[in-house]
Design a protein around this ligand. Structure first.
Ligand SMILES: [Zn+2]
Length: 114
């Protein structure tokens, strides 16, 4: 995979980053969103998946130093997240053009080709 494709992968992380952050309830988090794998509260938190993802991929993390495989894995998790957060309304519309569906479509296509 070329550097250009890797840059594109990193670009694709921007949408779920915003999307997952929006869906998280930071007010109820005693750690201000910093995941702690040794803390029981984190392990039992209903936002564990989102939180772990954010801690791996937010803007403070040097994603460009990660391997392409790793970025792809993180994107796949994000695809699952966005996909499962959509109401049946989106799925039943054949060509939904909302941000979620547009991102899902282009990310899945890109991952399938690379
Ligand atoms: Zn949609």
């Amino acid at each position: 995979m070329s550097e250009i494709d890797k840059a594109r992968l990193i670009e694709l992380l921007a949408f779920p980053r915003k999307r997952i952050l929006q869906s998280m309830e930071m007010r109820s988090c005693p750690h201000a969103g910093f995941y702690n794998a040794n803390d029981e509260q984190c392990l039992n938190c209903h936002q564990e998946m989102e939180c772990v993802w954010m801690n791996h991929n937010d803007e403070l993390v040097a994603v460009e130093e990660k391997s392409v495989t790793e970025i792809k894995q993180q994107l796949l998790i994000a695809v699952d997240f966005v996909d499962s957060s959509l109401t049946p309304y989106h799925l039943s519309r054949r060509d939904c053009e909302c941000d979620n569906c547009a991102w899902l479509k282009k990310t899945q296509k890109f991952l399938a080709l690379n």
